[in-house]
Design a protein around this ligand. Structure first.
Ligand code: ARG
Length: 364
């Protein structure tokens, strides 16, 4: 059993090291590196990535992320090696540092922090949050307050002893678990979280909706797999595409559901669907999101520009003779999809490794 697992790990390592070193122009080092890895696996059933392997592996994993339209910038990922940390306090400090570093006063840097990988199939570090920065959601007698997406996790935090203010935009705490210990929660220091109030370039009444969103989309619940090693805590961020906020987070019926409010500000009748009031409200809300981020000096990309960038990525991959994979259903933007080239093409949705994977929630 152990022998078979070791064999599989070695085969994954061999596939990764060969690709990685070839891409980095270090083919002549493949043999000696594989010998060292083989020795390490025989002795300890593990091997340890060099920083260079970790860095390039994380970048390859982004490049292989079928659902991501932002992959042109895969090689610009900033990789922070946090594998030497073991206590929740240390991890929390590293996560706060990640937020400040990546936020960079609004000039967002795509960044990943990589913590200790799984050992013998068990997590050594696990972050319970879906994103490090996220708003709480509460079920009350008068309906849901805040982000409905966060209701279950908010309950988990409350059971641990956390108490939110009860506003629509309460920042959730970070919940960290290390090797078999119970989880610990940490409030986010307010001063490191950049948020943007939503205003409209020409409709002043828009501000009265009191909408806002945070600057940094920082996914913290996915598992990074590189060469057979599983990094269960590897939180990463890019910058937002406007539609993620304007056409989903603030607009979805099961999220903040703001289209009726926006229609009211616009003076639109919501009586008949055929007036396309939803579509009108959606476009103005998305204009407001892009305008607000621009005005606050926070990186953001509109979906047309993002699609052009993705087209460049497609061309670049072809030139490098790498097969492109993609998930059409995620790559098309939720506003005006057919105005982008993506809509008129099909993509191969094979999963290639290294990659970022969903993993089971640590709470039910
Ligand atoms: N769609 C998610 C959200 O609205 C964020 C996913 C990652 N997005 C990104 N631009 N890197 O919060």
């Amino acid at each position: 059993m152990i022998v078979k697992q070791n064999q599989e790990l070695y085969m994954e390592a061999e596939r990764f090291i060969t690709r990685c070193y070839t891409e980095l122009g270090k083919s002549q080092e493949i043999q000696s590196r594989l010998q060292a890895i083989e020795g390490s696996i025989q002795e300890t059933s593990q091997y340890v990535h060099t920083f260079e392997e970790l860095e390039h592996g994380a970048k390859m994993a982004w490049r292989n992320s079928n659902r991501c339209i932002g992959r042109l910038f895969w090689d610009k990922l900033h990789v922070l090696d946090k594998r030497d940390l073991s206590t929740p306090n240390e991890v929390a400090t590293a996560l706060f540092d990640h937020i400040s570093y990546a936020t960079n006063q609004g000039n967002i840097l795509p960044t990943i922090s990589i913590f200790k990988p799984q050992a013998h199939g068990k997590d050594q570090v696990r972050i319970w949050n879906h994103q490090l920065i996220r708003y709480a959601g509460y079920e009350t007698e008068n309906g849901i307050i805040g982000d409905p997406h966060s209701i279950l996790f908010t309950k988990v935090c409350q059971e641990m002893g956390w108490n939110g203010d009860g506003t629509r935009f309460d920042l959730l705490p970070i919940v960290i678990q290390t090797s078999g210990n119970p989880p610990t929660f940490y409030a986010l220091p307010k001063d490191i979280v950049l948020e943007v109030p939503i205003t409209h370039p020409s409709l002043e009444a828009f501000a009265s909706l009191d909408l806002q969103w945070y600057a940094l989309p920082l996914i913290s619940d996915m598992l990074l797999e590189i060469g057979g090693i599983q990094y269960s805590a590897a939180p990463f961020n890019g910058w937002y595409m406007g539609t993620e906020i304007g056409a989903r987070n603030l607009a979805d019926l099961n999220r903040y559901n703001q289209l009726p409010e926006v229609a009211r500000i616009l003076g639109l009748s919501t009586e008949r669907e055929s007036t396309l009031w939803r579509d009108k409200a959606l476009v103005e809300l998305n204009i407001a999101v892009l305008h607000s981020f621009k005005q606050a000096g926070v990186s953001i990309v509109d979906h047309h520009t993002a699609a052009h960038q993705f087209q460049l990525f497609e061309k670049q991959e072809k030139e490098k003779n790498r097969a492109l994979t993609g998930d059409w259903t995620w790559l098309i933007p939720p506003v005006s999809p057919a105005t982008t080239h993506i809509f008129h093409q099909s993509y191969d949705d094979r999963m290639v490794t290294p990659n970022y994977y969903y993993q089971a929630k640590p709470y039910k």
